[in-house]
Design a binder for this molecule. Structure first.
Ligand code: AMP
Length: 115
């Protein structure tokens, strides 16, 4: 059984978070330690610990998460200026919370990630 994280409490609104979007599948809230003017985490309401645990049954859910990202980017006014979407998996990527999440970062020039 996967272990719940603090993110499950945020989904259930048991601890405070700046939630910017929520529906029956997905919750999005501002990162507590923002790395850019806009830094929002988009998470599935269902607990999936890492990208490695995603199954084909989650295809629609992952697609929905990306659609939500695009909606939030527009809401934040960064859809045209641009943004970066990051998912960390396990130790080498520095994953700290084992409930998959997309980092939506924008609101400034983020520089090149690679190359
Ligand atoms: P990662 O390193 O990809 O696992 O990212 C975890 C992210 O969760 C970090 O950017 C943290 O700042 C963020 N975080 C941890 N706890 C909270 C919280 N209670 N509310 C909002 N963001 C959080």
């Amino acid at each position: 059984m996967a272990q719940e994280t603090i993110f499950s409490k945020i989904i259930r609104r048991e601890i405070p978070a700046d939630i910017v979007f929520q529906d029956d599948k997905v919750t999005a809230f501002r990162d507590i330690s923002p790395q850019a003017p806009t830094h929002i985490l988009i998470i599935p309401n269902k607990l999936i610990p890492t990208i490695n645990d995603i199954t084909e049954q989650d295809e629609m859910l992952l697609g929905h998460m990306v659609i939500v990202v695009a909606k939030i980017a527009k809401q934040e006014g960064i859809d045209e200026s641009g943004y970066r979407l990051i998912m960390n998996c396990n130790k080498d990527a520095g994953q700290e919370v084992f409930h998959i999440h997309m980092h939506l970062l924008g609101g400034k020039n983020l520089g090149r990630l690679v190359g």
